[in-house]
Design a protein. Structure first.
Length: 644
């Protein structure tokens, strides 16, 4: 019979080992999730978690922007005092920079004539001294501002990284089975890098640029209202150009983030499944598919560059035309005597400097659009709520006995795909049952409901008479532990991996658990014994040894209910025998549910349940079912014949 791994779930985009399943293996408690009603805006906007859209209606775009701004506001809220401080610094710094041309105009029109006509150097010294003082103070304030801005941006990034990591951990198994690891990695890498670029440099350009333009316009109007009118006329084409750029860039930048995420997803999934890629000679196909994704990303970025190829020259054209108009109009007025030559020089400097930040703001808008698209995706992840929420008022269960009851349970992954019709099952404390049946019969779904990776659509699953939905998550995870076919080992030592079963356990307790399941001997044969670094995915130990370590981890956790989901399916016969010896010790004095296709594993069960299409079709002891003529007897006969 084939291994049941994917038939009981609606879609499994990410098949890499690990994810949220190993957390259940070690029996650790989950973090308390925020009590809130489920929010479906992210799914409504993105369509599905597996395939993100790039085109949005105006209403959807407004909702996305509102969600992103809400996230940004919550990140900035703890930093209000620092933000006010940096605002004061940047206002003073920008004001000092804008004062320069006015001082130059006053020096030419007043201080210079005083020197030439009256040999009075005091006004000139005053202007020069004030100019130097403002320059020095401005430099100090700019340096101060740079340091403060960097600290604020790092504080925001630190908070955001933690939020994404912690929130993703809290999300239910259903999320991780439908949201690929590549996209999660994209949220933590390229998307956060876009936000970092905006915070590190983009905000400097925005704040200083906007203030500089405002202060420059005010100074220009104050110095010469006529030149201010010329500048005001130039703002009309500038507004239309900026508006045109804004409307076209939003979708283009969103496309660059989406295509970038797809490139990362393809790379991660290829590297995760590299064994299968090489085994089935999929390199050429992957190269073609990856090249297509990279090409789409290149085209998306090329469209952005083409947009800037129009926007940037447009800014330069408007700026140069405005400067020329100011100089021409001002020149005629100087000739007529209605404007001083120093004032003309100052207004020309102001007109030129007014458009310099405009180009910087265009670069800021580049960073802003990229970061805005990234913030939309990150806020979408943070908006997700666990499909298996923690109870608002959890019921404590410090001393579980291990009785499991399914009462009128129905479960469906989707409305049109019912996996378990109305289902009843009662498992007394201390009983070992084996679940057998064809692929897709609902065995893994039953195990996931028992471990509360999912909640039933209707009915109740109880532990010692208490609905799992009402149990304190920490008590439930201590009482129910699941060991899967993929015995996941984290980077670290052998002892570290076993200790996950009960954090803080002593070395003696760790070794005792290993001895109990028959793992001690092979551990001591490793280069450094219990201190041997197993490397990623347990590269230094065999499949059977990894499974024994997972059994030791479960033994150390000492749960009252143990679920083994195909725990021996991937092992060869010698490894299976090694594991079987540890299995008998592991199952003693506890309630156990064994999902197995190998009937040698079933022999140790007190009771066998045969499932078909989400229903129990046979229920009895192994001996009774073998003696009969039902489905299990046929399976056992076929298995026995295969050994001959």
């Amino acid at each position: 019979m084939s291994n049941e791994t994917d038939q009981d779930r609606p879609v499994t985009v990410d098949q890499e080992p690990g994810g949220s399943v190993p957390i259940a293996q070690v029996g650790t408690g989950t973090q308390a999730a925020e009590a809130a009603a489920p929010v479906t805006a992210s799914i409504t906007v993105h369509g599905t978690r597996g395939e993100e859209r790039e085109d949005f209606t105006k209403a959807e775009s407004r909702r996305l922007r509102g969600r992103s701004l809400s996230l940004l506001s919550s990140l900035a809220a703890p930093l209000k005092a620092r933000l006010w401080g940096i605002a004061v610094v940047v206002v003073l710094s920008t004001g000092g920079q804008v004062a320069g041309p006015t001082l130059i105009a006053w020096g030419i029109d007043n201080a210079l004539p005083a020197v030439l006509d009256r040999d009075d150097w005091m006004p000139a010294f005053l202007v020069v001294g004030l100019y130097i003082t403002i320059a020095v103070v401005g430099a100090v304030l700019t340096a101060w501002y740079t340091v403060l801005a960097a600290r604020i941006s790092q504080a925001i990034l630190f908070d955001l990284r933690k939020r994404v990591f912690l929130h993703t951990q809290r999300l239910s198994l259903e999320f991780h089975e439908t949201y690929t690891s590549g996209r999660i990695i994209s949220r933590q890498t390229s998307d956060l890098d876009s936000i970092r670029e905006l915070l590190d440099s983009g905000l400097n350009q925005l704040i200083q640029g906007v203030l500089y333009m405002v202060f420059t316009a005010v100074a220009l109007v104050f110095l010469d209202p006529t030149s201010g009118l010329v500048l005001a006329i130039a703002l009309v084409p500038l507004w239309f150009l900026t508006r045109w750029f804004q409307q076209r860039s939003s979708q283009l930048f969103r496309s660059t983030r989406t295509t970038s995420a797809r490139v990362i997803v393809h790379f991660v999934e290829t590297m995760t499944g590299i064994r299968a890629v090489q085994a089935f000679r999929k390199e050429s196909r992957n190269e073609t598919e990856y090249g297509e994704q990279v090409e789409l990303n290149r085209q998306a970025n090329a469209r952005v560059f083409n947009l800037f190829g129009i926007f940037d020259p447009g800014l330069v054209l408007i700026g140069n035309a405005t400067l020329a108009a100011v100089v021409v109009v001002g020149g005629f007025r100087v000739v007529s005597g209605s404007l001083e030559i120093g004032a003309l020089l100052a207004v020309a400097l102001y007109a030129k400097r007014f458009f310099d930040p405009a180009q910087e703001l265009a670069m800021f808008y580049n960073s802003y659009q990229s970061a805005s698209a990234a913030m939309e995706k990150i806020s979408g992840v943070l908006e997700e709520r666990p499909s298996v929420p923690d109870p608002a008022k959890p019921t404590k269960l410090p001393d579980a006995r291990g009785r499991i009851d399914f009462d009128h349970v129905e479960f469906a992954y989707t409305a049109d795909r019912v996996v378990l019709p109305e289902f009843d099952l009662h498992i007394p404390s201390g009983q070992t049952i084996a679940l057998v049946g064809s692929t897709g019969a609902g065995k893994s779904t039953l195990a996931k409901l028992m471990a509360r990776f999912y909640d039933p659509t209707s009915g109740t699953v109880t532990l010692d008479g208490i609905d799992l939905r009402d149990l304190d998550p920490k008590d439930m995870r201590r009482a129910i532990v699941m060991v899967t076919q993929e015995a996941y080992l984290f980077s670290g030592s052998v002892a570290d991996n076993i200790e996950l079963g009960r954090p803080g356990a002593s070395r003696a307790e760790i070794e005792s658990a290993a001895k109990a399941v028959g793992a001690h001997e092979f551990i001591m044969a490793l280069p450094d014994g219990y201190d041997t670094d197993v490397n990623k995915r347990g590269g230094r130990v065999s499949a059977g040894q990894r499974q024994l370590l997972s059994f030791a981890r479960a033994f150390l956790a000492d749960p009252k209910v143990l679920i083994l989901d195909e725990a021996t399916a991937s092992l060869d016969i010698p490894s299976e025998r090694l594991v079987q010896e540890g299995l008998e010790t592991l199952l003693a004095d506890r309630t156990a549910v064994i999902i197995a296709h190998r009937l040698s594993t079933v022999a140790i069960a007190h009771r066998v349940l045969v499932m078909e299409y989400g229903r129990i079709v046979e229920d009895g002891t192994p001996a009774d079912l073998i003696a009969g003529t039902g489905r299990f007897a046929q399976l056992h006969a076929a298995w026995r014949d295969s050994l001959v």
